[in-house]
Design a protein around this ligand. Structure first.
Ligand SMILES: Nc1ncnc2c1ncn2[C@@H]1O[C@H](COP(=O)(O)OP(=O)(O)O)[C@@H](O)[C@H]1O
Ligand SMILES: [Mg+2]
Length: 218
């Protein structure tokens, strides 16, 4: 269970999140919907430990982790696919996917096991594996960013506007991949942000709406 409890966040002294509470249970697929500037990315960065709340609590599986740095949360099994994919262009797709797991110091056998599991969920990544990330289309890069988040996210995965900028055919494939995660990863909590609920409707079991830093509806 990934949980925010009454979390407020200020950036440069300005309130950006106000008493945000939301929870994603194990195996839950939850959407966070809000227009540009509403606070979706700030919410995910706070869950990941890249921003510190001024008040409120963040918890994973019942344990408070508000003060834990991001690399520690990654080690607990929270994976994050940021809005701007942040792939290393000079590295291959395979290297990009391995990097976070290597930085966490996971044993090689575990890294190989996870990579095979990701390939079986997202088979096209096996085909892209030897290619340089710089040569990928935007949509292919999104798929790699999803695979990379899954390499680390054994408890929870945070996906920031994964459909943004995807051509319809790729959006469909991406949605199919997310659909497969439900049966393949029945215990992983997945939180997905989007500006519109349309693409997520059939993929999630609950939806939170955020407006100007506040949860407006659940
Ligand atoms: N680095 C920053 N400096 C100043 N303001 C920021 C910064 N990041 C975000 N904000 C403010 O926080 C609000 C929420 O941003 P964000 O979480 O990125 O929204 P969303 O992801 O929903 O588009 C925005 O209105 C923006 O003005
Ligand atoms: Mg954003």
């Amino acid at each position: 269970m990934l949980r925010l409890d009454g979390v407020s966040v200020e950036i440069a002294g300005a309130p950006v999140l106000r008493r945000v509470s939301l929870a994603v249970p194990p195996g839950g697929r939850v959407a966070l919907i809000g227009r540009n500037g509403a606070g979706k990315t700030t919410t995910l960065r706070t869950l990941m430990g890249l921003l510190a709340p001024s008040s409120g609590e963040v918890a994973l599986d019942g344990k408070p982790c508000t003060a834990l740095p991001a690399h520690h949360r990654a080690r607990l099994g929270i994976g994050y696919a940021p809005e701007e994919r942040k792939l290393f262009g000079a590295f291959t797709v395979r290297e990009n996917m391995l990097l976070p797991a290597q930085v966490l110091g996971l044993p090689g056998s575990e890294i190989t096991r996870r990579l095979e599991a990701v390939y079986s969920l997202l088979p096209e990544l096996r085909d892209f594996a030897p290619r340089r990330a710089a040569g990928l289309s935007g949509g292919q890069g999104k798929m790699v960013a999803l695979g990379r988040a899954l390499m680390v996210g054994t408890r929870a995965v945070l996906l920031d506007e994964p459909f943004q900028g995807l051509a319809p055919a790729l959006a469909l494939r991406y949605a199919e991949a997310l659909g497969r995660l439900r049966s393949a990863l029945p215990d992983v909590a997945i939180l997905i942000t989007e500006s519109s609920p349309d693409l997520l409707r059939s993929l999630v079991d609950s939806t939170f709406v955020i407006e100007r830093g506040e949860i407006a509806a659940a």
